[in-house]
Ligand binder design. Structure first.
Ligand code: SAM
Length: 265
């Protein structure tokens, strides 16, 4: 293209077209997927439950029983408070723990909900084996995670994944799916979300635009921030503020997996 074409009015029109929403699906899509596998009275295990927001919603929707596990004491505390406020203490138990060492009895859970946690699991093979162990023969593991588009990049690993506690090997799609297989799972459903949830959220709340503004300010005030909050906090903030951008650019690809025990098939 020559300069006249590059600066032509074609792009005014094209960009105007792009101001129209393509009606992306939002994060509630995960509930829609779960709806195919959850039944009234089911026992749900939320691995990495954080504040139990999703577990509470699922228990309410299906009059189910819930167990939430998270290793961060502050998350456990917030989750317990949320369960109390929701008047669901008779239905939901929250405890401190890790995916790699689940306390549940074998074959005692109907659905495992594992949302945005696989990325940070330090020992994914053990965690998957544990999840397979506690899942009933006809149960399902519903996982939302992110995979890399393209090969591992050491610079990205050091600047984004390590400060966020991500285990970069868990983001390699082929290795992840081989890990499911090795733990005795089969993928019964796989849905590549791509940029849709991001588009949905951005159209409503401009979250990533806000993060980019924060990122620019963070970098411009680097020395002050490090002096006040420390080097580690700076690195983690810098990494966190880039996560959504990389999802938008298609480098980190959100995916939903539904897994079942291999013996089912
Ligand atoms: C990105 S957050 C997602 C939280 C929640 N599932 C959600 O979607 O809102 C990741 C969560 O995984 C938890 N986590 C970290 N290491 C874990 C482990 N080894 N086993 C279980 N959960 C873990 C963190 O404490 C955090 O609550």
């Amino acid at each position: 293209m020559d300069m006249a074409e590059i600066y032509s009015k074609t792009f005014w029109s094209l960009f105007e077209d792009l101001d129209s929403s393509l009606n992306p699906v939002g994060p509630d899509q995960l509930y829609d997927v779960a709806d195919d596998y959850l039944r009234v009275g089911h026992r749900i295990l939320d691995v990495g439950c954080r504040d139990a927001r999703h577990l509470i919603e699922l228990v309410r929707r299906y009059d189910a029983y819930g167990i939430g596990v998270d290793p961060v004491p502050w998350h456990v505390q917030r989750a317990q408070t949320a369960v109390e406020e929701a008047s669901l203490t008779d239905r939901i138990t929250i405890r401190c723990g890790v995916a790699e060492n689940l306390a549940e009895a074998p074959a005692s859970v109907d659905v495992i909900w594992c949302r945005d946690v696989i990325e940070v699991l330090p020992d994914l093979p053990t965690a998957l084996t544990q999840m397979r162990r506690v899942l009933r023969a006809d149960g399902h593991l519903i996982a939302y995670t992110n995979v890399l588009h393209g090969p591992i990049d050491p610079v990205e690993t050091a600047s984004i994944h390590e400060p966020l506690g991500n285990v970069v090997a868990n983001l390699v799609e082929g290795d992840l799916e081989a890990g499911f297989d090795a733990a005795g799972f089969v993928v019964v459903r796989k849905h590549v979300i791509g940029t849709e949830w991001r588009e949905y959220i951005e159209e409503r709340n401009q979250v990533v635009s806000h993060e980019l503004l924060r990122l620019a300010r963070l970098r411009r005030s680097r020395d002050c921030v490090i002096e006040r909050y420390g080097q580690d906090a700076y690195r983690t903030a810098e990494a966190s503020l880039q996560w959504g951008l990389h999802q938008f650019l298609g480098r980190f690809v959100p995916v939903i997996y539904v897994l079942a025990g291999a013996s089912l098939c």
